[in-house]
Design a protein around this ligand. Structure first.
Ligand SMILES: CC(C)(COP(=O)(O)OP(=O)(O)OC[C@H]1O[C@@H](n2cnc3c(N)ncnc32)[C@H](O)[C@@H]1OP(=O)(O)O)[C@@H](O)C(=O)NCCC(=O)NCCS
Length: 194
C-alpha cells in the first residue's frame, strides 16, 4: 500500500560524501557539474564496452558527445525532482546513480532509478554507497513515494544489490531484451516504497 499522506515539504541539498574503499582509495559521492561532462562520457563509454547489462550499446554511446553530456547533466541540475550522483575515485568518474521523474502529474509520486559502476571498481561497495545516498535523498523528497527500476533477469549482482535495499520484483517482460549475442532475456521491474 502506498502511503496516503504526502511527505512534508523539504528542500534538500545533497551534501558531498567521502568514504575509504577496502583498497584504501577515497570514494567521493557528489552531484555533478557541467565540467564533469567529459568524465561522465568516458565512464559511460567504458561501461557500455565492458558490460552487456546496460540498455545502451557501445555503438550508441559513441554517438554521445561532450555537448550532449553537458545537456544531460543540466536536466538534473535544473530539476529538483531529478537526481544524479557521481562516484569519483582518484579524480575519475567510475560510476553514477540517477533518479528520473516522468514529469506527469499522475505519476508524480513515482520515480525510476538507474545505477552503474565500472567493472574495475565493482565489488568494493560503491554500488551500496550510491544506493544509500540516493535513498537518503528520495526519503527527503516531498513527492516521491515509490521508486522502481528495470533490470535484465540475468543480472544477478544488480538484483542482489536491489534486494538488499528492499526492492522487490513486481513483473517481467518475457524476452524483453536482446543481448549482444542474439540471446533474449526477460526485463524485470522492481520497486520499493520510500
Ligand atoms: C550492479 C552494480 C551497480 C553493483 O555495483 P558494485 O559497486 O559492484 O556493488 P557492491 O560492491 O556495493 O556490491 C553489490 C552486492 O552484490 C554482491 N555480488 C557481487 N557479485 C555478485 C554476483 N555475481 N551475484 C550476486 N551478487 C553478487 C556483492 O557481494 C554485494 O552484496 P553484499 O553487500 O550483500 O555482499 C555494478 O556491478 C554495475 O554497474 N554493473 C554493470 C552495469 C549494471 O549492471 N547496472 C545495473 C543495471 S540495472
Amino acid at each position: 500500500m502506498i502511503k496516503s499522506s504526502r511527505k512534508p515539504a523539504a528542500f534538500f541539498y545533497f551534501r558531498t560524501m567521502r568514504h575509504f574503499l577496502p583498497n584504501g582509495a577515497e570514494l567521493i559521492i557528489r552531484q555533478p557539474t557541467t565540467a564533469d561532462a567529459t568524465g561522465l562520457l568516458d565512464n559511460f563509454q567504458r561501461m557500455t564496452q565492458e558490460t552487456d547489462f546496460l540498455l545502451f550499446t557501445y555503438a550508441e554511446s559513441l554517438e554521445l558527445s561532450q555537448r550532449t553530456e553537458e545537456d544531460y547533466i543540466k536536466t538534473y541540475l535544473g530539476n529538483s525532482d531529478q537526481l544524479m550522483l557521481l562516484a569519483v575515485v582518484e579524480d575519475k568518474v567510475v560510476g553514477s546513480i540517477t533518479i528520473n521523474h516522468s514529469g506527469y502529474h499522475k505519476k508524480g509520486h513515482t520515480a525510476e532509478m538507474g545505477i552503474a559502476v565500472e567493472h574495475a571498481w565493482s565489488g568494493l561497495g560503491i554500488g551500496r554507497r550510491l544506493m544509500t545516498a540516493m535513498l537518503r535523498w528520495a526519503e527527503q523528497h516531498k513527492k516521491i513515494q515509490l521508486l522502481y527500476l528495470q533490470v535484465f533477469a540475468t543480472n544477478d549482482r544488480a538484483m542482489h544489490l536491489y534486494r538488499n535495499f528492499g526492492f522487490q520484483e513486481c513483473g517481467r517482460l518475457p524476452n524483453g531484451i536482446e543481448l549482444r549475442d542474439g540471446q533474449y532475456v526477460d526485463l524485470v521491474t522492481m520497486y520499493r516504497q520510500v
